[in-house]
Ligand binder design. Structure first.
Ligand SMILES: [Zn+2]
Length: 52
């Protein structure tokens, strides 16, 4: 398993908007791959980048 980036360990994830046919749109950390919630927008903490 890959080590988490320092900022991810501090809770500062780099959220990007992803989408899949199964799950629809959701936020995922570009660095560590952590999946965020999609019900109420981007997760708290870190930065949100729009790669659409
Ligand atoms: Zn992360």
């Amino acid at each position: 398993m890959a080590a988490k980036a320092l900022r991810c360990r501090l809770g500062m994830h780099k959220w990007v908007l992803r989408s899949s046919t199964e799950n629809g749109a959701f936020h995922e950390c570009a660095r560590c791959g952590k999946m965020g919630t999609s019900d109420w927008g981007p997760p708290v903490g870190g930065t949100l980048e729009d790669h659409s």
